[in-house]
Ligand binder design. Structure first.
Ligand SMILES: Cc1cc2nc3c(=O)[nH]c(=O)nc-3n(C[C@H](O)[C@H](O)[C@H](O)COP(=O)(O)OP(=O)(O)OC[C@H]3O[C@@H](n4cnc5c(N)ncnc54)[C@H](O)[C@@H]3O)c2cc1C
Ligand SMILES: NC(=O)c1ccc[n+]([C@@H]2O[C@H](COP(=O)([O-])OP(=O)(O)OC[C@H]3O[C@@H](n4cnc5c(N)ncnc54)[C@H](O)[C@@H]3O)[C@@H](O)[C@H]2O)c1
Length: 497
Protein backbone atom coordinates (compact mmCIF):
# COMPACT_ATOMS: atom_id res chain seq x y z
CA UNK A 1 0.00 0.00 0.00
CA UNK A 2 1.89 3.11 -1.14
CA UNK A 3 0.97 6.35 0.63
CA UNK A 4 0.41 9.57 -1.29
CA UNK A 5 0.00 13.27 -0.37
CA UNK A 6 -0.15 14.49 3.21
CA UNK A 7 -2.00 12.07 5.39
CA UNK A 8 -3.18 11.26 8.86
CA UNK A 9 -2.70 7.89 10.55
CA UNK A 10 -3.29 6.74 14.09
CA UNK A 11 0.35 5.72 14.49
CA UNK A 12 3.51 6.68 12.62
CA UNK A 13 6.64 4.58 12.99
CA UNK A 14 9.93 6.15 11.86
CA UNK A 15 12.28 3.38 10.70
CA UNK A 16 11.23 0.07 9.15
CA UNK A 17 14.01 -2.09 10.57
CA UNK A 18 13.09 -5.31 12.38
CA UNK A 19 12.10 -3.29 15.45
CA UNK A 20 9.91 -0.70 13.73
CA UNK A 21 8.21 -3.47 11.76
CA UNK A 22 7.31 -5.28 14.98
CA UNK A 23 5.95 -2.17 16.67
CA UNK A 24 3.90 -1.37 13.58
CA UNK A 25 2.55 -4.91 13.28
CA UNK A 26 1.42 -5.12 16.93
CA UNK A 27 -0.30 -1.72 16.82
CA UNK A 28 -1.88 -2.37 13.45
CA UNK A 29 -3.23 -5.82 14.37
CA UNK A 30 -5.64 -4.14 16.80
CA UNK A 31 -7.24 -1.98 14.11
CA UNK A 32 -5.22 1.22 14.41
CA UNK A 33 -4.09 2.69 11.08
CA UNK A 34 -0.29 2.64 10.90
CA UNK A 35 2.32 4.10 8.52
CA UNK A 36 6.02 3.34 8.61
CA UNK A 37 8.59 5.75 7.20
CA UNK A 38 11.76 4.23 5.76
CA UNK A 39 14.75 6.10 4.34
CA UNK A 40 16.62 3.09 2.95
CA UNK A 41 15.47 -0.53 2.86
CA UNK A 42 12.49 -2.08 4.62
CA UNK A 43 14.03 -4.68 6.93
CA UNK A 44 16.77 -2.36 8.21
CA UNK A 45 20.41 -2.98 8.99
CA UNK A 46 19.77 -6.49 10.27
CA UNK A 47 18.44 -7.90 7.00
CA UNK A 48 20.99 -6.46 4.58
CA UNK A 49 24.20 -5.48 6.41
CA UNK A 50 24.20 -7.11 9.83
CA UNK A 51 22.62 -10.27 11.31
CA UNK A 52 21.62 -12.11 8.15
CA UNK A 53 24.69 -11.62 5.95
CA UNK A 54 27.12 -12.05 8.86
CA UNK A 55 25.54 -15.31 9.95
CA UNK A 56 25.58 -16.57 6.36
CA UNK A 57 29.27 -15.74 6.08
CA UNK A 58 29.98 -17.62 9.32
CA UNK A 59 27.96 -20.78 8.71
CA UNK A 60 30.18 -22.49 6.07
CA UNK A 61 33.25 -22.25 8.33
CA UNK A 62 31.27 -23.71 11.22
CA UNK A 63 30.11 -26.64 9.10
CA UNK A 64 33.65 -27.25 7.88
CA UNK A 65 34.97 -27.19 11.45
CA UNK A 66 32.27 -29.66 12.53
CA UNK A 67 33.21 -31.98 9.64
CA UNK A 68 36.90 -31.77 10.55
CA UNK A 69 36.09 -32.58 14.17
CA UNK A 70 34.07 -35.70 13.30
CA UNK A 71 35.95 -38.97 12.64
CA UNK A 72 35.19 -40.57 9.30
CA UNK A 73 34.09 -37.35 7.58
CA UNK A 74 36.31 -36.24 4.72
CA UNK A 75 37.97 -32.85 5.20
CA UNK A 76 35.99 -30.44 3.00
CA UNK A 77 39.14 -28.38 2.31
CA UNK A 78 39.10 -24.65 1.64
CA UNK A 79 35.79 -22.83 1.39
CA UNK A 80 34.55 -21.78 -2.01
CA UNK A 81 34.53 -18.04 -1.27
CA UNK A 82 32.58 -17.10 -4.40
CA UNK A 83 29.84 -19.59 -3.49
CA UNK A 84 29.71 -18.32 0.09
CA UNK A 85 29.34 -14.70 -1.09
CA UNK A 86 26.68 -15.77 -3.60
CA UNK A 87 24.70 -17.49 -0.81
CA UNK A 88 25.08 -14.33 1.28
CA UNK A 89 23.61 -12.34 -1.62
CA UNK A 90 20.71 -14.77 -1.85
CA UNK A 91 19.87 -14.38 1.84
CA UNK A 92 19.96 -10.58 1.69
CA UNK A 93 18.06 -10.40 -1.59
CA UNK A 94 20.87 -8.17 -2.85
CA UNK A 95 19.14 -5.13 -1.42
CA UNK A 96 15.71 -5.91 -2.89
CA UNK A 97 13.15 -5.20 -0.18
CA UNK A 98 10.04 -5.88 -2.27
CA UNK A 99 9.29 -9.00 -0.20
CA UNK A 100 9.22 -6.95 2.99
CA UNK A 101 7.16 -4.29 1.23
CA UNK A 102 4.60 -6.96 0.30
CA UNK A 103 4.56 -8.15 3.91
CA UNK A 104 3.77 -4.62 5.13
CA UNK A 105 0.97 -4.37 2.58
CA UNK A 106 -0.46 -7.73 3.64
CA UNK A 107 -0.50 -6.49 7.24
CA UNK A 108 -2.36 -3.34 6.17
CA UNK A 109 0.57 -1.07 7.10
CA UNK A 110 1.29 1.91 4.83
CA UNK A 111 4.86 2.46 3.70
CA UNK A 112 6.15 5.98 3.14
CA UNK A 113 9.63 6.08 1.65
CA UNK A 114 11.89 8.95 2.66
CA UNK A 115 13.65 10.47 5.65
CA UNK A 116 11.28 11.06 8.58
CA UNK A 117 11.77 13.89 11.03
CA UNK A 118 9.48 15.21 13.77
CA UNK A 119 8.65 18.89 13.25
CA UNK A 120 6.31 19.20 16.21
CA UNK A 121 4.26 16.98 18.49
CA UNK A 122 2.80 14.14 16.40
CA UNK A 123 3.75 15.64 13.04
CA UNK A 124 6.41 13.92 10.91
CA UNK A 125 7.88 15.53 7.84
CA UNK A 126 9.07 13.06 5.23
CA UNK A 127 11.74 14.28 2.84
CA UNK A 128 12.45 12.17 -0.22
CA UNK A 129 15.74 10.29 -0.14
CA UNK A 130 17.42 10.24 -3.54
CA UNK A 131 16.74 6.87 -5.15
CA UNK A 132 14.55 5.66 -2.30
CA UNK A 133 11.75 4.43 -4.54
CA UNK A 134 8.23 5.68 -4.92
CA UNK A 135 8.66 9.30 -3.89
CA UNK A 136 7.58 12.01 -6.31
CA UNK A 137 10.22 14.42 -5.07
CA UNK A 138 7.79 16.17 -2.75
CA UNK A 139 8.16 16.59 0.99
CA UNK A 140 5.03 15.44 2.77
CA UNK A 141 3.58 15.76 6.23
CA UNK A 142 2.23 12.83 8.17
CA UNK A 143 -0.01 13.53 11.15
CA UNK A 144 -0.36 10.98 13.95
CA UNK A 145 -3.72 10.99 15.73
CA UNK A 146 -2.26 8.94 18.59
CA UNK A 147 1.43 8.12 18.71
CA UNK A 148 4.82 8.26 17.01
CA UNK A 149 7.33 5.45 17.45
CA UNK A 150 11.01 6.14 16.72
CA UNK A 151 12.92 3.02 15.63
CA UNK A 152 15.77 4.51 13.62
CA UNK A 153 18.47 2.09 14.76
CA UNK A 154 22.15 2.92 15.07
CA UNK A 155 25.23 3.77 12.99
CA UNK A 156 28.87 2.73 13.37
CA UNK A 157 31.31 4.96 15.22
CA UNK A 158 34.81 5.69 13.90
CA UNK A 159 37.27 6.60 16.67
CA UNK A 160 39.18 9.88 16.16
CA UNK A 161 42.44 8.25 15.07
CA UNK A 162 44.62 10.40 12.77
CA UNK A 163 44.26 9.25 9.16
CA UNK A 164 41.46 6.76 9.88
CA UNK A 165 38.49 8.49 8.24
CA UNK A 166 40.66 9.49 5.25
CA UNK A 167 41.61 5.81 4.75
CA UNK A 168 37.98 5.01 3.97
CA UNK A 169 37.93 1.87 6.11
CA UNK A 170 35.29 -0.83 6.06
CA UNK A 171 32.59 -0.65 8.70
CA UNK A 172 30.29 -3.62 9.32
CA UNK A 173 28.34 -2.64 6.20
CA UNK A 174 31.25 -3.14 3.82
CA UNK A 175 32.42 -6.23 5.71
CA UNK A 176 29.06 -7.95 5.39
CA UNK A 177 28.46 -6.80 1.81
CA UNK A 178 31.97 -7.37 0.35
CA UNK A 179 32.15 -8.68 -3.19
CA UNK A 180 35.67 -10.05 -2.80
CA UNK A 181 37.70 -11.50 0.03
CA UNK A 182 40.77 -9.31 0.69
CA UNK A 183 44.08 -11.17 0.86
CA UNK A 184 44.68 -9.61 4.26
CA UNK A 185 42.49 -7.74 6.71
CA UNK A 186 43.19 -5.70 9.85
CA UNK A 187 40.26 -5.58 12.25
CA UNK A 188 40.17 -2.87 14.91
CA UNK A 189 37.94 -3.61 17.91
CA UNK A 190 37.41 -6.48 20.30
CA UNK A 191 33.62 -6.67 20.44
CA UNK A 192 31.00 -8.75 18.73
CA UNK A 193 31.44 -7.46 15.19
CA UNK A 194 35.24 -7.69 15.35
CA UNK A 195 35.22 -11.29 16.64
CA UNK A 196 32.55 -12.51 14.22
CA UNK A 197 34.09 -10.85 11.17
CA UNK A 198 37.64 -11.97 12.07
CA UNK A 199 36.28 -15.53 12.21
CA UNK A 200 34.42 -15.24 8.91
CA UNK A 201 37.26 -13.67 6.95
CA UNK A 202 39.85 -16.09 8.32
CA UNK A 203 37.50 -18.90 7.20
CA UNK A 204 37.28 -17.33 3.76
CA UNK A 205 41.06 -17.29 3.39
CA UNK A 206 42.04 -13.77 4.46
CA UNK A 207 45.15 -13.27 6.60
CA UNK A 208 43.54 -11.53 9.56
CA UNK A 209 45.10 -9.36 12.29
CA UNK A 210 42.80 -8.35 15.12
CA UNK A 211 43.75 -5.30 17.19
CA UNK A 212 41.84 -5.00 20.47
CA UNK A 213 42.62 -2.47 23.13
CA UNK A 214 41.50 -4.82 25.92
CA UNK A 215 40.22 -8.39 26.26
CA UNK A 216 37.77 -9.77 23.66
CA UNK A 217 33.99 -9.71 24.15
CA UNK A 218 34.00 -7.36 27.11
CA UNK A 219 30.24 -7.82 27.66
CA UNK A 220 30.54 -11.57 28.26
CA UNK A 221 32.16 -13.67 30.99
CA UNK A 222 35.95 -13.44 30.81
CA UNK A 223 36.35 -17.17 30.14
CA UNK A 224 34.20 -16.76 27.01
CA UNK A 225 36.43 -14.06 25.55
CA UNK A 226 39.51 -16.11 26.38
CA UNK A 227 38.12 -19.14 24.56
CA UNK A 228 37.49 -16.98 21.49
CA UNK A 229 41.06 -15.58 21.60
CA UNK A 230 42.44 -19.11 21.70
CA UNK A 231 40.21 -20.33 18.86
CA UNK A 232 40.97 -17.33 16.65
CA UNK A 233 44.69 -17.87 17.14
CA UNK A 234 44.30 -21.55 16.29
CA UNK A 235 42.50 -20.48 13.12
CA UNK A 236 45.53 -18.39 12.18
CA UNK A 237 44.29 -14.96 13.26
CA UNK A 238 47.01 -12.72 14.71
CA UNK A 239 45.17 -11.51 17.82
CA UNK A 240 46.80 -8.61 19.65
CA UNK A 241 45.33 -7.56 22.97
CA UNK A 242 46.04 -4.25 24.75
CA UNK A 243 46.78 -2.82 21.31
CA UNK A 244 46.04 0.88 20.78
CA UNK A 245 45.78 2.15 17.21
CA UNK A 246 47.50 5.52 17.02
CA UNK A 247 47.58 6.29 13.29
CA UNK A 248 46.35 5.01 9.94
CA UNK A 249 47.82 5.71 6.55
CA UNK A 250 46.53 4.76 3.11
CA UNK A 251 48.21 6.72 0.34
CA UNK A 252 45.72 5.43 -2.22
CA UNK A 253 42.09 4.51 -1.51
CA UNK A 254 41.69 0.85 -2.46
CA UNK A 255 45.43 0.29 -1.98
CA UNK A 256 47.20 -1.19 1.04
CA UNK A 257 46.54 0.37 4.41
CA UNK A 258 49.05 0.69 7.26
CA UNK A 259 47.99 0.85 10.88
CA UNK A 260 50.35 2.04 13.60
CA UNK A 261 49.77 0.09 16.80
CA UNK A 262 51.04 0.86 20.26
CA UNK A 263 51.45 -2.34 22.27
CA UNK A 264 53.18 -3.14 25.55
CA UNK A 265 56.36 -4.03 23.72
CA UNK A 266 56.49 -0.86 21.61
CA UNK A 267 55.15 0.62 18.41
CA UNK A 268 54.60 -1.51 15.33
CA UNK A 269 53.06 -1.11 11.89
CA UNK A 270 50.67 -3.61 10.36
CA UNK A 271 49.91 -3.41 6.65
CA UNK A 272 46.97 -5.15 4.99
CA UNK A 273 44.81 -5.01 1.89
CA UNK A 274 41.78 -3.86 3.89
CA UNK A 275 40.86 -2.38 7.26
CA UNK A 276 37.66 -3.04 9.21
CA UNK A 277 36.75 -0.72 12.07
CA UNK A 278 34.36 -2.32 14.57
CA UNK A 279 34.49 -0.04 17.58
CA UNK A 280 30.81 0.21 18.46
CA UNK A 281 27.69 2.00 17.29
CA UNK A 282 25.74 5.11 18.24
CA UNK A 283 21.94 5.48 18.27
CA UNK A 284 20.63 7.29 15.16
CA UNK A 285 19.00 10.31 16.82
CA UNK A 286 20.88 13.20 15.23
CA UNK A 287 18.45 13.93 12.41
CA UNK A 288 15.02 12.84 13.66
CA UNK A 289 13.81 16.30 14.75
CA UNK A 290 13.94 15.50 18.45
CA UNK A 291 14.81 19.12 19.25
CA UNK A 292 11.40 20.15 17.84
CA UNK A 293 9.73 18.37 20.76
CA UNK A 294 12.19 19.54 23.41
CA UNK A 295 14.52 16.54 23.43
CA UNK A 296 18.29 16.36 23.12
CA UNK A 297 19.66 15.13 19.82
CA UNK A 298 22.55 12.74 19.18
CA UNK A 299 22.05 10.88 22.47
CA UNK A 300 20.10 7.65 23.03
CA UNK A 301 16.34 8.09 23.41
CA UNK A 302 15.65 7.55 27.08
CA UNK A 303 12.56 5.39 27.61
CA UNK A 304 10.72 3.81 30.49
CA UNK A 305 9.87 0.12 30.33
CA UNK A 306 6.68 0.76 28.35
CA UNK A 307 9.06 2.22 25.75
CA UNK A 308 7.52 5.71 26.21
CA UNK A 309 10.17 8.41 25.77
CA UNK A 310 10.87 10.30 28.96
CA UNK A 311 10.86 14.09 28.92
CA UNK A 312 8.04 14.80 26.44
CA UNK A 313 4.73 16.45 27.15
CA UNK A 314 1.91 13.96 27.64
CA UNK A 315 -1.27 13.86 25.56
CA UNK A 316 -4.78 14.12 26.95
CA UNK A 317 -5.37 11.85 29.92
CA UNK A 318 -1.64 11.75 30.68
CA UNK A 319 -1.02 9.31 27.85
CA UNK A 320 2.46 9.33 26.31
CA UNK A 321 2.53 9.99 22.56
CA UNK A 322 6.22 9.40 21.76
CA UNK A 323 7.76 5.94 21.95
CA UNK A 324 11.13 4.50 20.96
CA UNK A 325 12.50 1.00 20.69
CA UNK A 326 15.52 -0.93 19.42
CA UNK A 327 19.08 0.29 18.95
CA UNK A 328 18.00 3.95 19.06
CA UNK A 329 17.26 3.67 22.78
CA UNK A 330 20.76 2.51 23.72
CA UNK A 331 19.13 -0.12 25.99
CA UNK A 332 20.26 -3.27 24.18
CA UNK A 333 21.62 -3.53 20.63
CA UNK A 334 20.32 -6.86 19.36
CA UNK A 335 17.53 -7.61 16.95
CA UNK A 336 15.62 -10.01 19.18
CA UNK A 337 15.64 -7.75 22.23
CA UNK A 338 14.72 -4.74 20.06
CA UNK A 339 11.83 -6.63 18.48
CA UNK A 340 10.63 -7.50 21.99
CA UNK A 341 10.69 -3.77 22.82
CA UNK A 342 8.84 -3.14 19.55
CA UNK A 343 6.12 -5.60 20.57
CA UNK A 344 5.85 -3.86 23.95
CA UNK A 345 5.59 -0.41 22.33
CA UNK A 346 2.99 -1.65 19.83
CA UNK A 347 0.91 -3.28 22.56
CA UNK A 348 1.08 -0.21 24.82
CA UNK A 349 0.03 2.12 21.98
CA UNK A 350 -2.79 -0.24 21.03
CA UNK A 351 -4.03 -0.48 24.63
CA UNK A 352 -3.82 3.29 25.23
CA UNK A 353 -5.35 4.42 21.95
CA UNK A 354 -6.89 1.47 20.11
CA UNK A 355 -10.32 -0.13 20.10
CA UNK A 356 -11.00 -2.57 22.94
CA UNK A 357 -9.93 -5.88 21.46
CA UNK A 358 -9.93 -7.91 24.64
CA UNK A 359 -6.23 -7.28 25.42
CA UNK A 360 -5.48 -7.42 29.14
CA UNK A 361 -5.88 -4.23 31.19
CA UNK A 362 -2.73 -2.14 31.51
CA UNK A 363 -1.70 -1.90 35.16
CA UNK A 364 -0.55 1.51 36.47
CA UNK A 365 3.07 2.53 35.87
CA UNK A 366 5.30 0.76 38.36
CA UNK A 367 3.16 -2.39 38.42
CA UNK A 368 3.69 -3.56 34.86
CA UNK A 369 6.67 -5.86 35.30
CA UNK A 370 6.21 -9.12 33.43
CA UNK A 371 3.05 -7.93 31.70
CA UNK A 372 3.06 -7.45 27.93
CA UNK A 373 3.26 -3.71 28.60
CA UNK A 374 6.82 -3.60 29.98
CA UNK A 375 10.17 -4.66 28.51
CA UNK A 376 11.25 -6.11 31.88
CA UNK A 377 13.62 -8.68 30.38
CA UNK A 378 15.88 -5.86 29.17
CA UNK A 379 17.06 -5.53 32.76
CA UNK A 380 17.30 -9.05 34.12
CA UNK A 381 17.17 -11.48 31.24
CA UNK A 382 18.69 -10.02 28.11
CA UNK A 383 20.10 -12.63 25.79
CA UNK A 384 22.94 -12.59 23.30
CA UNK A 385 24.74 -15.04 21.07
CA UNK A 386 28.08 -14.34 19.43
CA UNK A 387 28.41 -16.63 16.42
CA UNK A 388 32.16 -17.14 16.70
CA UNK A 389 33.78 -20.59 17.01
CA UNK A 390 33.21 -21.48 19.79
CA UNK A 391 29.84 -19.78 19.94
CA UNK A 392 29.23 -17.68 23.05
CA UNK A 393 25.69 -17.46 24.39
CA UNK A 394 24.47 -15.83 27.56
CA UNK A 395 21.41 -14.65 29.42
CA UNK A 396 21.29 -12.19 32.30
CA UNK A 397 24.25 -10.53 34.00
CA UNK A 398 27.81 -11.79 34.12
CA UNK A 399 29.05 -12.87 37.53
CA UNK A 400 30.83 -9.53 37.99
CA UNK A 401 27.72 -7.56 36.97
CA UNK A 402 25.54 -9.61 39.33
CA UNK A 403 27.88 -8.98 42.26
CA UNK A 404 28.08 -5.29 41.39
CA UNK A 405 24.27 -5.19 41.51
CA UNK A 406 24.41 -6.69 45.00
CA UNK A 407 22.97 -10.09 44.10
CA UNK A 408 24.07 -12.96 46.36
CA UNK A 409 25.25 -15.25 43.55
CA UNK A 410 27.19 -18.46 43.37
CA UNK A 411 28.69 -19.41 40.01
CA UNK A 412 28.51 -23.09 39.08
CA UNK A 413 30.80 -23.90 36.19
CA UNK A 414 31.20 -27.13 34.22
CA UNK A 415 33.45 -28.40 31.43
CA UNK A 416 31.09 -29.37 28.62
CA UNK A 417 33.49 -31.98 27.25
CA UNK A 418 32.77 -34.10 30.34
CA UNK A 419 29.12 -34.82 29.43
CA UNK A 420 28.21 -37.85 27.34
CA UNK A 421 26.55 -35.72 24.66
CA UNK A 422 29.89 -34.02 23.97
CA UNK A 423 31.73 -37.33 23.67
CA UNK A 424 29.35 -38.54 20.95
CA UNK A 425 29.50 -35.21 19.13
CA UNK A 426 33.25 -35.08 18.65
CA UNK A 427 36.36 -36.52 20.32
CA UNK A 428 37.72 -32.94 20.32
CA UNK A 429 34.61 -31.30 21.78
CA UNK A 430 35.56 -28.29 23.90
CA UNK A 431 33.30 -25.95 25.81
CA UNK A 432 32.35 -24.55 29.17
CA UNK A 433 29.08 -23.53 30.75
CA UNK A 434 28.27 -21.59 33.86
CA UNK A 435 25.08 -20.75 35.71
CA UNK A 436 24.63 -18.08 38.35
CA UNK A 437 22.43 -19.08 41.27
CA UNK A 438 20.84 -16.50 43.53
CA UNK A 439 21.57 -18.31 46.78
CA UNK A 440 18.85 -16.49 48.71
CA UNK A 441 15.98 -17.07 46.28
CA UNK A 442 17.37 -20.40 44.98
CA UNK A 443 16.75 -19.47 41.35
CA UNK A 444 18.99 -18.94 38.33
CA UNK A 445 19.75 -15.34 37.43
CA UNK A 446 22.18 -15.91 34.58
CA UNK A 447 23.92 -18.47 32.40
CA UNK A 448 26.73 -18.60 29.83
CA UNK A 449 27.44 -21.36 27.32
CA UNK A 450 30.63 -21.49 25.27
CA UNK A 451 30.98 -24.25 22.70
CA UNK A 452 29.81 -25.62 19.37
CA UNK A 453 26.12 -24.78 18.79
CA UNK A 454 25.93 -23.08 22.21
CA UNK A 455 23.34 -20.78 20.62
CA UNK A 456 20.80 -23.60 20.63
CA UNK A 457 21.38 -24.38 24.32
CA UNK A 458 20.61 -20.89 25.56
CA UNK A 459 16.85 -20.82 25.51
CA UNK A 460 16.41 -23.41 28.26
CA UNK A 461 18.40 -21.12 30.53
CA UNK A 462 16.40 -18.08 29.43
CA UNK A 463 13.16 -19.84 30.35
CA UNK A 464 14.59 -20.77 33.76
CA UNK A 465 15.76 -17.20 34.43
CA UNK A 466 12.59 -15.45 33.28
CA UNK A 467 10.37 -18.05 34.96
CA UNK A 468 12.42 -17.84 38.18
CA UNK A 469 12.07 -21.60 38.35
CA UNK A 470 13.04 -22.79 41.85
CA UNK A 471 16.10 -25.06 41.77
CA UNK A 472 14.29 -27.94 43.46
CA UNK A 473 11.70 -27.83 40.65
CA UNK A 474 14.38 -27.46 37.96
CA UNK A 475 15.77 -30.75 39.29
CA UNK A 476 12.73 -32.45 37.72
CA UNK A 477 13.52 -31.08 34.22
CA UNK A 478 15.36 -34.23 33.17
CA UNK A 479 17.81 -33.63 30.31
CA UNK A 480 17.99 -36.25 27.58
CA UNK A 481 20.88 -38.73 27.38
CA UNK A 482 23.25 -38.36 25.52
CA UNK A 483 22.89 -34.64 24.80
CA UNK A 484 25.12 -31.75 25.81
CA UNK A 485 22.11 -30.44 27.75
CA UNK A 486 22.93 -33.05 30.39
CA UNK A 487 25.09 -30.27 31.76
CA UNK A 488 21.90 -29.12 33.51
CA UNK A 489 22.03 -32.25 35.67
CA UNK A 490 25.69 -31.61 36.41
CA UNK A 491 24.93 -28.03 37.44
CA UNK A 492 22.37 -29.31 39.95
CA UNK A 493 24.75 -31.93 41.31
CA UNK A 494 27.63 -29.47 41.55
CA UNK A 495 25.37 -27.07 43.42
CA UNK A 496 24.55 -29.81 45.89
CA UNK A 497 21.04 -30.93 44.96
C1 LIG B 1 27.56 -6.84 11.66
C2 LIG B 1 26.41 -6.94 12.62
C3 LIG B 1 25.88 -8.17 12.92
C4 LIG B 1 24.82 -8.28 13.80
N1 LIG B 1 24.34 -9.52 14.09
C5 LIG B 1 23.32 -9.65 14.95
C6 LIG B 1 22.80 -10.94 15.26
O1 LIG B 1 23.27 -11.96 14.77
N2 LIG B 1 21.76 -11.02 16.10
C7 LIG B 1 21.21 -9.91 16.67
O2 LIG B 1 20.26 -10.04 17.44
N3 LIG B 1 21.68 -8.67 16.40
C8 LIG B 1 22.71 -8.52 15.55
N4 LIG B 1 23.18 -7.28 15.25
C9 LIG B 1 22.50 -6.10 15.81
C10 LIG B 1 21.24 -5.76 14.98
O3 LIG B 1 21.61 -5.56 13.63
C11 LIG B 1 20.54 -4.52 15.51
O4 LIG B 1 20.34 -4.65 16.90
C12 LIG B 1 19.20 -4.34 14.81
O5 LIG B 1 19.37 -4.16 13.43
C13 LIG B 1 18.45 -3.16 15.40
O6 LIG B 1 17.23 -3.03 14.75
P1 LIG B 1 16.52 -1.60 14.63
O7 LIG B 1 15.24 -1.83 13.89
O8 LIG B 1 16.50 -0.95 15.95
O9 LIG B 1 17.52 -0.75 13.72
P2 LIG B 1 17.97 -0.94 12.21
O10 LIG B 1 18.03 -2.34 11.81
O11 LIG B 1 19.19 -0.09 12.07
O12 LIG B 1 16.78 -0.26 11.39
C14 LIG B 1 16.51 1.11 11.47
C15 LIG B 1 15.83 1.55 10.20
O13 LIG B 1 15.45 2.91 10.31
C16 LIG B 1 15.75 3.59 9.10
N5 LIG B 1 15.90 5.01 9.43
C17 LIG B 1 16.84 5.58 10.21
N6 LIG B 1 16.60 6.89 10.34
C18 LIG B 1 15.49 7.15 9.61
C19 LIG B 1 14.72 8.33 9.38
N7 LIG B 1 15.03 9.49 9.93
N8 LIG B 1 13.63 8.23 8.57
C20 LIG B 1 13.28 7.04 8.03
N9 LIG B 1 13.96 5.90 8.24
C21 LIG B 1 15.04 5.96 9.03
C22 LIG B 1 17.02 2.93 8.60
O14 LIG B 1 17.17 3.14 7.22
C23 LIG B 1 16.76 1.47 8.97
O15 LIG B 1 16.10 0.79 7.94
C24 LIG B 1 24.25 -7.12 14.38
C25 LIG B 1 24.78 -5.86 14.07
C26 LIG B 1 25.85 -5.77 13.21
C27 LIG B 1 26.39 -4.41 12.88
N1 LIG C 1 25.58 -11.72 17.26
C1 LIG C 1 25.09 -10.57 17.68
O1 LIG C 1 24.15 -10.49 18.46
C2 LIG C 1 25.71 -9.30 17.18
C3 LIG C 1 26.66 -9.33 16.17
C4 LIG C 1 27.26 -8.15 15.80
C5 LIG C 1 26.88 -6.96 16.40
N2 LIG C 1 25.94 -6.97 17.35
C6 LIG C 1 25.59 -5.72 18.05
O2 LIG C 1 26.10 -4.61 17.37
C7 LIG C 1 26.63 -3.70 18.29
C8 LIG C 1 27.91 -3.13 17.75
O3 LIG C 1 28.93 -4.13 17.73
P1 LIG C 1 30.45 -3.71 17.86
O4 LIG C 1 31.26 -4.94 17.89
O5 LIG C 1 30.74 -2.65 16.87
O6 LIG C 1 30.48 -2.98 19.27
P2 LIG C 1 30.85 -3.54 20.72
O7 LIG C 1 30.38 -2.49 21.65
O8 LIG C 1 30.43 -4.94 20.90
O9 LIG C 1 32.44 -3.56 20.72
C9 LIG C 1 33.20 -2.41 20.50
C10 LIG C 1 34.68 -2.75 20.65
O10 LIG C 1 35.44 -1.67 20.19
C11 LIG C 1 36.39 -1.32 21.17
N3 LIG C 1 36.63 0.11 21.04
C12 LIG C 1 35.76 1.11 21.31
N4 LIG C 1 36.33 2.30 21.05
C13 LIG C 1 37.59 2.04 20.61
C14 LIG C 1 38.65 2.83 20.19
N5 LIG C 1 38.58 4.16 20.21
N6 LIG C 1 39.79 2.22 19.80
C15 LIG C 1 39.90 0.87 19.82
N7 LIG C 1 38.91 0.08 20.21
C16 LIG C 1 37.77 0.64 20.59
C17 LIG C 1 35.77 -1.72 22.48
O11 LIG C 1 36.78 -1.91 23.46
C18 LIG C 1 35.09 -3.02 22.09
O12 LIG C 1 35.98 -4.10 22.11
C19 LIG C 1 26.84 -4.44 19.60
O13 LIG C 1 26.17 -3.76 20.62
C20 LIG C 1 26.27 -5.79 19.39
O14 LIG C 1 25.32 -6.14 20.37
C21 LIG C 1 25.35 -8.10 17.76
Amino acid sequence: MAASADQTYDVIVIGAGPVGENAAARASATGLSVAVVEAELVGGECSYWACIPSKTLLRPGAVRAAARATPGVADPGPLDAAAVLAWRDETTGEGDDSGQERWLASAGIALVRGHGRLIRERVVEVAPEPGSGDDDGATRLLHARCAVVVATGSAPVLPPVPGLAEASPWTSREATAAEEVPASLVVVGGGVVACEMATAYADLGSRVTLLARSALLGGAERFAGEAVVEALREAGVDVRLDAEVSEVSRPEIGGPVTVTVREGRGVEQVTAAELLVATGRRPRTADVGLDSVGLATDVPLDTDDSMAVRGTARAAGGRPWLFACGDVTGRVATTHQGKYEGRVAGDVVARLYGPDNGAPEMPPEGARSWTRYAASADHTARTQVVFTRPQVAWVGPTEAEAREAGLPVRAVSYDLSWVAGAAVTSPDYAGRAQVLVDTERQVLVGATFVGPDASEMLHAATVAVVGEVPLDRLWHAVPVFPTVSEVWLRFAEEYGL
